[in-house]
Each structure stands twice: as structure tokens, then as C-alpha cells.
Ligand binder design. Structure first.
Ligand code: NAD
Length: 439
């Protein structure tokens, strides 16, 4: 048996970050994974998709070069080069992670929880007073006929060439990010969504505005449509059938992408060790990320609270005793343009019964946005009617994912709308001045 101060199962953004921090603080830390450290985020998620999104943005900017008075000739995508760039960046960051976790003992392998609360990998047994489970999630698939003809987010990242057309099932974060990227590269994209609006967790007004902007970029949306099957239409084309407003309808595309959420990945042996999971398979945890077995914590996608890399890292810090405000976690979708949110949506605020007001500002009134040719966008702030404290912020427009951070800080610091928009001076000319022009 090998003893340690802390065992971390899963070397994604939650696992490797706190494992390295505790090891640097002098603790003996065992970090376990059966895949490259970095998790979904680095290897199959956030980072590779942001590399593709960056190439897509260059493509769009180059296509609009003439409107800036710049002549660039024909704009073409060299997709193998786009993929190579993505792989080079991911490999470089993997190297960073490898050096970050150097102070830990990293063990390659599949960890299982043993009934006595130790952790087994192959024939070896590890023991520690604290075990952090950070095993993440994997793409979900609809159990429909022809599901095997579809690819998921992992599959999209492995494409070596661009299809002429792509049907995406699900208008969540993953569906919209790939729709935005692929449309920029000239792929004919159709998104089929079960609900009546895209991006379910976002403020409806922002989601609708983003959909309108993406529609203007040529992406086709079919809403209120439950996909029922996928079939092979010809050698190179597939047919996606859905129950829509007029009964059964279909979309034909070369590639079909399934983007209907993610399911938890958990180690073996949880039930025998007294660690409860809910009916969807997520590990049950309290607000301190404690599982139902003392000494065991579960953080990130595998506990089902919030499937975001930075939320996972924040939860891991909470599990190890840090003071982190988990009520103001920003979320962003890296479409072109971006959308981002923090705090309550209008719909949540209405439901909660809080007396609140909302104020808005348009990118069009911002000099920097106009100069950059990115004047289409909106910012909306919700604040309590009595205390004037900010309770939510929603942005759709250029650099929304960066701008939202100011509102996140304001919520954590209990600032009022006046603190943010009047007392705080914003430099000129910047997009951040949008906060000062709300009405
Ligand atoms: P999601 O839950 O965000 O969206 C899935 C969508 O599929 C929903 O809108 C749902 O209504 C729709 N859907 C389900 N069944 C359907 C059917 N039969 N027909 C048509 N539509 C159907 O899931 P996702 O987009 O796959 O993302 C998974 C997770 O990964 C999310 O929690 C997301 O927040 C996270 N993620 C975050 C980022 C980011 O922060 N930028 C990026 C990628 C993924």
C-alpha cells in the first residue's frame, strides 16, 4: 500500500490544478489518469475548439477585409493546416501541464474505489485521508436509430477535411460553437434543436439575438424539432429525420453531429464504497463537494452541478477548503460573436420573485466597437430594485467572454449598478465602456 496526503482521480483542469498546488505546498499527492493530463478541456474540448474558432475568426475578418480598406485577394481555408495549428497548440499546452504536475506522483491507469476506501490501480493500492474524484464527462448520444452514423464533439475535432454540409443535433454550447466555426469555413450548417430557443441556460433575449446574428451568417436553425432518426441517404449523405411543426421532416447533410449534452464518467466501485450517485449517474455532493463517504469529494462534470472547466477548478478549491464564491460563475459560448453570462437570467429572476430592474446598452454606441467593425451586440444588467445590487449580466457581442468578468467581480463584491457604471471609471476607447452607457 502506498500512502499519501491526497489522491486525485482525473487530471483535468480540476484535478491537475489542485494536485499541483497541494504538492507544491509540500503534501504527498498521487494524481491518476488513464489519458493525457489536461482532461477534456485541453485534449478534446475548450482549447482545441478555441484554436478552430480563432482560425474561423481570421477567415471571417479576412473575408471582410475590403470593408476596412484592405485588399487580400481570395480567402481560402487550408483545413489540414488549421488542424495542424490546433494540434501544435494543444501539444504545447500538454507540455505545460506535464511540468505543472511534476511535483505530484502521476500514475497512469484506471482507478477504482475499493470498499475499504482505498484506491486500486492494477495490483497497487493507494491510501490517503482525502480522495478527490474529478473524472469528468463524455459526450451523450440520443438512443435513436442511426445514432452510429453521427459523430460527436470528439469526432468533429478529428475531421481531416471539411464536409460540404453539416447537420448539428442540439443548439447548446457545443452545437453553436461548431456551427459558428464550420459556417465560417464555408460549410453549409443546419442546427436542429428540440427546444423553442437556442442555448437553454442563457437569458432568452441574448440567446435569440445570438441566433439572429448567426442566422445572418448563413446558419440555418430548426427549432422545436425532436430528432428521431438518422439514416444513410447515399454514399456520402445522411438524412436526419425530426418531428417538427408539420410532422416528420428531414435535413440531408454530409456529416451529422450529435451535441445533446454530456454524461458523467465515474470510477468503478462507488456503490460498494458507499458513494451515492443520482439517477443520471452523477456523484451526489453537498455544497462543500463532499460525497456520501467521509474523506471522498467529487468535483467538476462528474457531480453534475455545472459542466464548465473553470467551475470544476473552483469546486476543487472549495473541496480543499478555499473561500470561493460559486454563485457567480461566468459562462461563455465562443461563437462569432461571443455570448456570455453571469448570475441570474431574466427568466430565473422572474421565477425567484425578486423585485428587479434591467438596463441595457448597445455595442453600436461604443466607439471602439464601431472602429473594429463589431458594432452589433448588446449588454444587459439585472439589479435588485431595492439595494440596486447587480444580480446578473448578459452580453452578446465581440469579446463578451472577457467583458463578463467585470460583472462577475461586481456580483462577488456585492457592487451596485451605480458602483459599476458611474463610480468605476472605464478607460476610453474600450469595449468595457459599454458598462457605462447602460440605460
Ligand atoms: P447542452 O446541454 O448545452 O445542449 C444540448 C442541446 O441539445 C439542448 O439545447 C437540448 O435541448 C438539445 N437536444 C436534446 N435532445 C434533442 C433532440 N432529440 N433533438 C434536438 N435537440 C435535442 O449540451 P452540449 O452543447 O452538448 O454541451 C455539453 C456541456 O459542455 C454543457 O454543459 C456545456 O456547458 C459544456 N460546454 C461548455 C463550453 C463553454 O463553456 N464554452 C463549451 C463546450 C461545452
Amino acid at each position: 500500500m502506498i500512502n499519501a496526503n491526497l489522491i486525485v482521480i482525473g487530471a483535468g483542469p480540476a484535478g491537475y490544478t489542485v494536485a499541483a498546488e497541494r504538492a507544491n505546498a509540500g503534501e504527498k499527492v498521487i494524481l491518476i489518469d488513464y489519458a493525457f493530463p489536461g482532461g477534456t478541456c485541453l485534449n478534446r474540448g475548450c482549447i482545441p475548439t478555441k484554436c478552430l474558432a480563432a482560425s474561423a475568426e481570421v477567415m471571417l475578418t479576412a473575408s471582410e477585409a475590403a470593408s476596412f480598406g484592405i485588399s487580400v485577394g481570395e480567402v481560402k481555408v487550408d483545413y489540414p493546416a488549421v488542424v495542424k495549428r490546433m494540434e501544435t497548440i494543444v501539444e504545447g499546452l500538454r507540455e505545460n501541464v506535464r511540468s505543472t504536475i511534476a511535483p505530484c506522483k502521476f500514475v497512469w491507469g484506471q482507478a477504482r474505489i475499493l470498499p475499504d476506501g482505498t484506491v486500486g490501480i492494477g495490483d497497487e493500492v493507494y491510501s490517503a485521508p482525502k480522495v478527490l474524484i474529478a473524472t469528468g464527462s463524455r459526450p451523450a448520444a440520443l438512443p435513436i436509430p442511426g445514432e452510429e452514423l453521427t459523430i460527436n464533439s470528439d469526432g468533429v475535432l478529428q475531421l481531416e477535411s471539411l464536409p460540404a454540409s453539416m447537420a448539428i443535433i442540439g443548439a447548446g454550447v457545443i452545437g453553436l460553437e461548431f456551427a459558428s466555426i464550420m459556417a465560417a469555413f464555408g460549410v453549409e450548417v443546419t442546427v436542429i434543436e428540440y427546444l423553442k430557443e437556442v442555448l437553454p441556460p442563457f437569458d432568452k433575449e441574448v440567446a435569440k439575438r445570438l441566433r439572429t446574428m448567426l442566422t445572418r451568417r448563413g446558419i440555418k436553425f430548426i427549432l422545436g424539432a425532436a430528432v428521431t432518426s438518422v439514416s444513410q441517404e447515399s454514399d456520402s449523405l445522411k438524412k436526419v429525420t425530426y418531428a417538427g411543426k408539420n410532422g416528420d421532416e428531414s435535413v440531408i447533410a454530409e456529416q451529422v453531429v450529435m451535441a445533446v449534452g454530456r454524461r458523467p464518467v465515474v470510477p468503478e466501485g462507488l456503490a460498494e464504497a458507499g458513494i451515492e450517485v443520482d439517477r443520471r449517474g452523477y456523484i451526489v455532493t453537498d455544497n462543500a463537494m463532499r460525497t456520501t463517504r467521509p474523506g471522498f469529494y467529487a468535483v467538476g462534470d462528474c457531480n453534475g452541478k455545472l459542466q464548465l472547466a473553470h467551475a470544476a477548478t473552483a469546486q476543487a478549491h472549495v473541496a480543499l477548503g478555499a473561500d470561493v464564491d460559486l454563485n457567480a460563475i461566468p459562462a461563455a459560448v465562443f461563437t462569432y460573436p461571443e455570448a456570455a453570462m453571469v448570475g441570474l437570467t431574466t427568466e430565473q429572476a422572474e421565477k425567484s420573485g425578486i423585485a428587479f430592474r434591467s438596463a441595457k446598452a448597445l455595442y453600436a454606441a461604443n466607439g471602439k466597437a464601431q472602429a473594429a467593425g463589431q458594432a452589433d451586440g448588446m449588454l444587459k444588467i439585472l439589479y435588485a430594485a431595492d439595494t440596486r445590487r447587480i444580480i446578473g449580466c448578459h452580453i452578446v457581442g465581440a469579446h463578451a467572454a472577457d467583458l463578463i468578468q467585470e460583472a462577475a467581480t461586481a456580483i462577488v463584491a456585492n457592487l451596485t449598478i451605480d458602483d459599476l457604471t458611474v463610480r468605476t471609471v472605464h478607460s476610453h476607447p474600450t469595449l468595457s465602456e459599454i458598462f457605462t452607457s447602460i440605460k
